[in-house]
Design a protein around this ligand. Structure first.
Ligand SMILES: *Cc1c(COP(=O)(O)O)cnc(C)c1O
Length: 368
């Protein structure tokens, strides 16, 4: 079959292992499995969301409101922006895809930090574009700037806080960097974990309204998948100038977010107490991981997200992740990113207890 030539160079994205496949592969009962691999909110979502979704379930036969007016209005009010500066996607992933397709073609390039969210490069590759990477575990803005001047990419990605490392640039440094980027280059600022960063350190908090007010070439991304606990509903958003939003709209498939997903997101926005509770608990529990790492001689990267990266030192991270998996604890092995580390989503107290118990046993038995 004659496929698009880019198909040959593409690899299929490997998401965090779903619970179902661990049940099949290792014969472990689903209730014995703890998944700390996809940065989901371990507290689920606001109970109000389930109620609202159930109440609207009878509307499933209708196509969704394609203007997404209700959700847009809530988001616009939240951020102090105009609804014309918003696009809603099936996850912010889809907004990344739309931006890639709107700007990239063979011969063009994106610029990103080497160890960052995998979808930037995957969508770029699908468009036949090159991926330029600035080396380093954290975003090296100096290096990015010189690579920018050399390669003239059409999109520059800043992930703040960064996945899969958990660290976060300061707002001022991001702004000073964007200042030096030409107005014809799109700067995507991915704020998937901004709720966590803003809670922990106000110097890391981004204000999308101020960003797009100052820079016409910024696309800010947010999601309901992390702090709001709606990963399964697939809702994210992009905030940008009308010009950028207009271009993304031309690439958007109609009805790209389902009726029930829209209801879930609208309702989730009304329960800020739930989100703040989740975040407070996350950082309380994260302190236990930092203590555990110290106890075991692992290094950690200071995290502004709902996950923590443990640099496993002498231990092979893949073997540790594998041994944990056999015991029903799913974490993310970062060897594929060139880091001998595992990324662990901070779970509930009980889930974390289980992680520590299994991990201690593995390490004490010398296995892995
Ligand atoms: C999870 C995540 C996203 C998007 O998630 P969606 O579920 O598609 O909204 C985007 N960027 C980063 C860095 C993420 O970790």
């Amino acid at each position: 079959m004659q496929f698009n030539p880019v198909i040959q160079r593409l690899k299929t994205y490997e998401p965090g292992k779903p619970i179902e496949s661990v049940v099949r592969e290792f014969g472990i009962a689903p209730e014995q499995i703890v998944k700390l691999a996809s940065n989901e909110n371990p507290h689920g979502c606001s109970p109000k969301v389930a109620e609202a979704v159930a109440a609207r379930a009878g509307q499933m036969y209708r196509y969704p409101d394609d203007t997404m007016g209700a959700l847009k209005q809530k988001l616009a009010a939240r951020f102090g922006i105009n609804t014309r500066n918003l696009i809603i996607g099936a996850g912010s992933d889809q907004v990344i895809e739309l931006a890639s397709r709107a700007l990239l073609e063979p011969g063009s390039a994106i610029l990103q930090s080497e160890i960052t969210f995998a979808m930037y490069r995957i969508y770029a590759a699908q468009c036949g574009a090159e991926v330029i990477c600035a080396p380093g575990v954290a975003h090296d803005l100096e290096a990015m700037l010189s690579l920018y001047r050399k390669h003239r990419p059409r999109i520059v990605y800043i992930c703040a806080p960064n996945n899969p490392t958990g660290d976060c640039l300061d707002r001022v440094d991001i702004e000073n960097f964007i200042e030096k980027i030409d107005a014809d280059t799109l700067v995507v600022v991915d704020g998937a974990y901004q709720e966590y960063a803003a809670y922990k350190d106000s110097a890391k908090a981004l204000d999308p309204s101020a960003l797009i007010g100052r820079f016409d070439n910024v696309l800010y991304l947010g999601t309901f998948s992390k702090a709001y606990g709606l990963g399964g509903m697939r809702v994210g958003y992009g905030i940008a100038s009308e010009e950028i939003i207009g271009a993304l709209y031309k690439m958007r498939p109609p009805f790209n977010v389902t009726t029930l997903s829209l209801v879930a997101a609208e309702t989730a926005l009304e329960d800020e107490a739930f989100v703040q509770m989740s975040i407070a608990d996350c950082f309380e529990q994260m302190a236990r991981y930092v203590a555990f790492a110290e106890e075991r001689g692992f290094q950690t990267i200071e995290s502004y997200t709902n996950f923590i990266t443990l640099l496993t030192g002498q231990r092979d991270a893949s073997e540790l992740a594998d041994a944990l998996l056999r015991r029903g604890v799913i974490v993310r092995d970062l060897k594929g990113y060139g880091l001998n580390a595992v990324r662990v989503t901070v779970g509930t107290a009980e889930q974390n207890d289980r992680f520590f118990r299994e991990c201690r046993e593995i390490l004490d038995n010398g296995a892995a």
